[in-house]
Each structure stands twice: as C-alpha cells, then as structure tokens.
Design a protein around this ligand. Structure first.
Ligand SMILES: [Zn+2]
Length: 493
C-alpha cells in the first residue's frame, strides 16, 4: 500500500467528507446554495489541512450539472473530469514552480476565452505567495475586472506575503489545523474500514506527530502500517516515528533537575546519535510545559504520573523551557543536531545550577539577621541622591523588618520619592516584602561610607608598601619621597 493510495482514496470528494473545517465548509455551501458566487477565493492555513482539496470541491460544485444541496454530484462529466485531473475548464497551477511574469502572462492570456464545456473557467493557483511582484501586478489587473465566466482560487500557507490589494479582492477562507481528537477520530474510521488493527495509544501518537494535518497523518500512517504489517502496536509505532518512551523523557528531566550530568549524558547516549534530536527536545519541553500548567491546577495532584515533579520550583521550570525554546532555533542552522541537543541539556543543568546557587545566597541573606550591609550596598541598584543617602546609613534586618538608620542631617534631604526608591530596591534585592522603620541612631562603623574609607586606606597602605620595597622606584622618586608620604598622611585623616 502506498501513501498515494491511502491519501487519494480518502481525499474528501464533497463538503460532507471534509473533516474539521465546519465553518469554512458551511460558508461555502451557503454561498453556492444562495448563488452568491465570488470571483476570487483565497484559502489560507498551514500545510496539509485541505486547502486545495476544498478548492477542488468548490470548483466541482460551481460547475456541477447536478448540484444537490450545495454538494457536487461527482458523477456528471464536469465533476468526473476534475476528479480525474483532466478538466479543461479547471486549471491548476503551482506558483512555486511557475512564478515568473512570463508564466503568469501566458496564463492570463487564456482568461478571455470562454469555458469549453462548463459554466465557469476556474483557475486554482497553489502557493500563490511565491509569485514574483510583477506576476502579482499582472494578476491584480485581472482581479479588478475579471470576465464574468472566470473564477480565481488561491491557496497559500503564508497569506501575509500576499499584497493587501489582492487579499482585499478575495473572499478569504481561513482553514484551521485539525485537533488531535479530530485526527484520531478520522484515523479510527479509516483504519476500521481498511481492516487495520490498532490500539488507542498508537492512534494518538500518529495524531500528535501529524501536527494538525490530516494529510500528514495519512502519510505517517502509510509508513507505520507497512512496518507493523497492518497491526499497529504502541512500541512499534514509537520505533517507526522515533518517539521516545515517556519514561526516557521523565528520567531526563529528573536528571536535569537533580543536576546529575552523568545521568543526562548516559540517557542521551542510550537514546542514540542518529535519532530525531529536535523531536526529543520538543518532547522534553512538552513535559516541562505540562508540569508547569499542572502546578496551577487544582485536584490534579493525585492519580498523576507527573506527581514527583509537581513540587519543582515554577521559576526553574520557566527557566528550562526558555533555554529549550532559544536553542530550538539552532537546529535549523545546519549544525550537528546531536551536539546541539547535548549542549542544550548541559546548559539546562549548568544554568539551573547557577540560578539555584543565587537563590540559596538570597535565602541565606534572608535567614541571616546580621547581614553585611556595605557589601549589599554595592549590589543594590541605586543611583544619585538615594545612593548618597544610603552610603551614610547603617541597616539592621530581622526577618522581614528592615531598620534604616541615618545621621540626623540626612533627614532634611530625605523625601517620599527617595523613600519609595530605596524601599523598592531593598524588596527587589531580598525578594520579599519588607517592613521599613527609620531612625537617626546611625552606627558609623557599619556604614558603607566607613567601609569605603577603610578600603581606600588599605589600598594606599599597599601602594606605600610596594613603593618602599621597589628600589628603582625609590631612586626615581629620590628626594620627593618625604613629601609624597606626608601628602598621603594628610589625605588619610
Ligand atoms: Zn456533478
């Protein structure tokens, strides 16, 4: 059985057979029933969701000689010729291969001729966004005033690349990706009729891999069916599609969270160098995303195989997801995918380790009531007056109570704006809500100002020591030595 067979056999032949596009189908059927026919249709949506299939059904319906309730009969000459790909009045063009102005001109020259045997002459241009700007312009002229017997149908995966002047002249039919449920139901129906045995997990694995496209689901099914010899089993489907066992992914995440690099590398090694590494990363990210959502849902903490992960720090999950998301882009750069995956996972371990250490540092600061304020002062994100004010202050932190003590004179320049800025800065630094009190009982030895003075003194002492030890320097300085030391002494006090 080849892909063509299954896909062609199950390609919808009328609107009723189209799956998962109810809105589009009923709009088109209504427009045919009410004879409200547009001269240009634009079908948009991602690949493999039935844009050209629906366009063909519409073309059949427009030219059918035995239309029933908006549906083509599939029996008349016109319907049959379209089904067989032999219709003279239904012209299909792939703009990806015929995008130039000459191709478009040749095509447009045929517009003035009346249809050979049908009501309408219908042009279906697939991947219309691929046309060159010159081709678009030529097309636009014909769209402005098309002959009454001509109907254009355009299909595209990237409608934003189409000139707005073209889009505005079309009836836009936006098709949506099929849900996993829709695809599963359709596959179940097809497999049952094709006498193919399957289990539910196999179906959902195929539906997941199809990413919203019924056509992809069918092409994947072809591969799986021939490998499994008409009897689909979960483990075999996983093997064909390269979908790792859920256990592999959860073990991998566990190793990352435990910062166990050895385990991470050994799981990766077992998974193999020639598998789909981008897919493995995506699956890992799916798991992280699932856990992150579950953490905020009530009543999910039981009967869940993800229970072990639910106590993970939500910020850490966000962090890992972010790393995965950034590194996914790298797979398209053409580097060795195995290396990209390996480096991504190592980054997840290394960075979450670093973020954890930072967190534990803050935790320690929170516990420790005897904080070293001058060091914190240099880490605070302060500027201008607020910085000067705090330089002269000593602080004391007991749990979430923070007392700031200034010299008396400082209170005269301390206003509400600075207060707000300082409080925000501290809360931000300690990552908790703090209660602030202020007084004027500053302990000078505990202020950053004192610390800075001490440090400068130390540096000067060191410089002096180096100077005194260095013979060459002594010679150069010579008689100036006494004065320089005297000068420094003045500055120290
Ligand atoms: Zn017909």
């Amino acid at each position: 059985m080849s892909y063509l067979v299954l896909a062609r056999k199950w390609r919808p032949k009328n609107f009723a057979e189209v799956v998962g596009q109810d809105h589009a189908v009923s709009a088109l059927r209504n427009s045919i029933n009410s004879e409200n026919i547009h001269h240009a249709y634009l079908f948009t949506g991602t690949r493999g969701i039935g844009k050209t299939s629906i366009a063909r059904i519409l073309a059949k319906a427009l030219n059918c000689s035995d239309l029933k309730n908006g549906e083509p009969c599939n029996l008349c000459d016109s319907c049959r010729s379209i089904n067989e790909g032999a219709a003279i009045d239904f012209i299909e063009i792939d703009a990806a291969s015929r995008r130039g102005i000459e191709d478009t001109k040749n095509l447009l020259e045929t517009i003035s001729y009346l249809p050979a045997s049908s009501k309408y002459k219908i042009y279906l241009i697939d991947e219309v966004h691929m046309l060159t700007p010159e081709s678009f312009n030529a097309l636009l002229k014909n769209l402005e005033e098309p002959p009454p017997h001509v109907i254009f149908m355009f299909a595209t995966t990237e409608y934003k690349k189409i000139l707005p002047t073209i889009v505005s002249r079309c009836l836009q039919i936006n098709l949506s990706s099929a849900s996993v449920k829709t695809i599963t139901e359709q596959l179940s129906k097809i497999f049952s009729q094709e006498k193919i045995k399957f289990d539910d997990i196999s179906l959902s694995l195929i539906a997941d891999a199809a990413q919203g496209s019924i056509r992809d689901a069918l092409s994947i099914s072809e591969k799986v069916i021939s490998f499994c010899n008409n009897n689909l089993k979960e483990d075999m489907v996983r093997e064909v599609l390269g979908i790792p066992e859920p256990k592999i992914i959860s073990n991998l995440l566990k190793a990352i969270l435990e910062e166990n690099i050895q385990d991470v590398l050994s799981i990766l090694n077992d998974y193999g160098e020639y598998e789909d590494h981008e897919f493995l990363l995506k699956t890992l990210m799916d798991l992280i995303q699932k856990i992150a959502v579950l953490q905020f849902e009530k009543d999910t903490h039981k009967n869940n195989d993800l229970e072990d992960f639910l106590s993970t720090d939500p910020a850490k999950l966000q962090f890992l997801y972010q790393i995965g998301l950034t590194n996914l882009n790298h797979f398209s750069l053409g580097y060795d995918s195995y290396s990209i995956l390996k480096m991504t996972l190592l980054k997840m371990v290394a960075f979450s380790d670093a973020s954890q250490k930072k967190k534990s540092l803050i935790d320690k600061k929170q516990e420790n009531t005897d904080i070293f304020w001058p060091k914190i002062f240099t880490d605070l994100n302060l500027n201008g007056i607020s910085k000067n004010i705090l330089k002269q202050a000593s602080i004391e932190k007991k749990f979430n109570n923070l007392k700031i003590s200034f010299p008396k004179k400082t209170f005269s320049i301390f206003n509400e704006d600075q207060k707000k800025e300082i409080e925000l800065c501290f809360s931000d630094f300690f990552q908790e809500e703090l209660k602030f009190t202020y007084d004027s009982k500053v302990i000078f030895e505990k202020t950053p100002e004192y610390e800075i003075k001490l440090r400068n003194k130390g540096q000067k002492k060191n410089i002096k020591k180096i100077m005194e030890k260095d013979k060459n320097f002594k010679e150069i300085i010579g008689g100036l030595k006494v004065e320089s030391v005297e000068f420094n002494k003045k500055n120290e006090t």
